[in-house]
Ligand binder design. Structure first.
Ligand code: LMR
Length: 330
């Protein structure tokens, strides 16, 4: 009798465990970002949610918060470290307090095109940078493209001297600050959610963004000109809290990594087309003239901004800059 009871108890207990596992609350992953949903990053976050929840039904729930609706610039990194959010994807311009070498991505005229960016990010230095903040509790999961930045203003910017004295909004980046100082323009650090208003009220006269950010924030409505300068990069590092990530059950972490890799391929394949679509939408809106530079004019911008490289070479590491330049030539 006792034997039977003990066996029954074990059976009952194992059912209990099984039913606990089946009904355990899913792990909630909050993914917060500052852009609109129809941009490359916005689309990537939604695809990550879709695939993660499909592959891990009942085990993982992903909540996406776009448009700075949960945390904006300046707050999202702290929120990640505190565990209030599990994934964010700040632009590469927003890491200088955590990893100086990541500043490399802000150097003006560093990459010839997005293929070169891809090669560098996939190469040894790009991969090293993903891991460069682990001692601070931040793990890099992937690089997502947005694309190359264009200058916008209410004044025609054809040559570097045209930017003199103009106030430009910059992301929180010392490199970008210096880039505009090199033009004798006035940089103003401002979080992304404030840019439209800043341009509208004249707190700043211009900005630098890929077309997808200009269009989705309606900046073209308050900027008469866009100079297609392609002078710098705006890409993202998708990051997570290292402790959260390492403590995930192994099967879940592996599946989420696979999903992230798939989403990364998709985002990076589609980002250029999304920017082209939004460039066309800006042209259709007829609010803004797009100025195309001759190779000679573009060269002048390069010459004016290039001195910035030397200022940051020691913090970034000359060998990393060489690796990035080598990515242009492959
Ligand atoms: C910006 O602040 O201009 C960008 O980093 C916004 C973004 O996430 O694309």
């Amino acid at each position: 009798m006792f034997k039977f009871t003990a066996k029954a108890l074990i059976v009952a207990m194992s059912f209990g465990v099984a039913s606990f596992a089946a009904h355990a609350d899913p792990i909630t992953i909050k993914f917060s970002h500052v852009v609109a949903e129809h941009t490359p990053k916005g689309q990537g976050a939604l695809l990550f949610k879709q695939l993660a929840e499909e592959r891990l039904p009942g085990k993982v729930k992903v909540e996406v918060y776009p448009n700075s609706s949960l945390f904006g610039d300046g707050k999202e990194m702290e929120a990640l470290m505190l565990g209030d959010v599990q994934i964010i994807a700040p632009s590469l311009a927003k890491f200088e307090h955590y990893s100086k070498p990541i500043q490399i991505f802000d150097l003006p005229f560093l990459f010839d095109d997005m293929d070169a960016v891809d090669r560098f990010q996939k190469g040894p230095v790009g991969q090293e940078l993903l891991k460069s903040m682990e001692d601070k509790g931040i793990t890099g999961l992937a690089y997502w493209h947005n694309g190359l930045k264009q200058l916008s203003a209410n004044k025609k910017l054809v040559e570097p001297k045209d930017a003199r004295g103009q106030k430009f909004r910059v992301q929180a980046s010392a490199v970008l600050d210096e880039q505009f100082k090199a033009l004798r323009a006035i940089p103003r650090k401002m979080s992304f959610s404030e840019v439209y208003q800043g341009l509208q009220t004249g707190v700043v006269n211009g900005a630098e963004n890929p077309y997808s950010n200009i269009y989705s924030q309606k900046m073209h409505e308050v900027q008469k000109y866009i100079t297609e300068s392609n002078h710098g990069l705006l890409d993202y590092m998708v990051i997570t809290n290292t402790k959260f990530w390492n403590e995930l059950p192994e099967d879940i972490r592996t599946t989420l990594s696979e999903v992230m890799d798939e989403v990364t391929v998709e985002v990076n394949k589609k980002a250029a087309a999304l920017n082209e679509r939004d460039k066309q939408a800006i042209l259709d809106a007829k609010t803004t003239e797009i100025i195309y530079l001759t190779p000679e004019q573009r060269e002048k911008w390069r010459e004016a901004m290039r001195p910035v490289w030397k200022k940051f070479e020691a913090e970034i590491g000359a060998e990393r800059i060489q690796a990035a330049e080598a990515a242009n030539k492959q």
